[in-house]
Design a protein around this ligand. Sequence first.
Ligand code: MLT
Length: 314
Amino acid sequence: LLAAVAGAALAEYPEKPVTIVVPFAAGGPTDKVARDLGDVLRKQLNQPVIIENVGGAGGTLGAAKVAKAAPDGYTVLLHHIGMATSPALYRKLPYDTLNDFEYVGMVNEVPMTLVGRSTLPANTMPELMKWIDANKGKINLANAGLGAASHLCGLLFQQAVKVDMTTVPYKGTAPAMTDLLGGQVDLMCDQTTNTTQQIEGGKIKAYAVTTPKRLTSPALAKLPTLDESGLKGFNVSIWHGMYAPKATPKAVVDKLNAALRTAMKDPEFIKRQEALGAVVVTDARTGGAEHKKFVEAEIAKWGPAIKAAGQYAD
Ligand code: MLT
């Protein structure tokens, strides 16, 4: 009888709207990925897809909310590399990254750019390095809190240039961008999904990209990499994945995964992502088990780098 009931429930799933929790403020890069994805998933799932922004604590509040949500497939998390960096940043996370979620699959990979306020008196990396040297102790670096992608990149950047900056945390890099545009903060390391348009519009200064190779998009191709600018080996790319609460029925997770894989092949989704410098994942990591293995490796990779940079939240 139970199997029949479960089967019947699955046959209907989803029979009501599905909520994607975005653990950052609306308008930022994570939100952008979720909304673009939601536009495609709603076709696959034949139900409305609602985006719920739950910002704060570098994405860990939103992740915790989904870890505790009903395991019925109607509340999922769209998160990123913060899943792998938060275990090294928080002495006690309100969830276990690997065991409190069912891993639905991976979505994309996104490069980052080092950007500054338009009034910053430096236009190139060499000029920026001189400015940083001359302004030690007075530099404000924006991020989206401990566990954010912008936090990870900013932490590694400070370590590479050996200059501690005052970090100003926001609930996402959309509000952070507002202050950068207003000149309230000096620098930020953020995903191309959020910086490309502002760079093209000349509203912020762009200094470098965080990937080992230069980008190909017209707006960003001229930017040097941080590696070629002297920060040898600098290599940060942000990835996004989807997660459901632990104990969500496998058949429901499989249905979500199938919808995700189809979305990864959707020409419109790919076009929107590529226009902002993101690369849609089409390899095995779109599988839940493979993405979980990938996250496990990322936890092992970023933990030591973060501890070496010596930053903890209590
Ligand atoms: C991050 O820094 O983790 C993200 O850019 C935050 C966001 O998506 O707003």
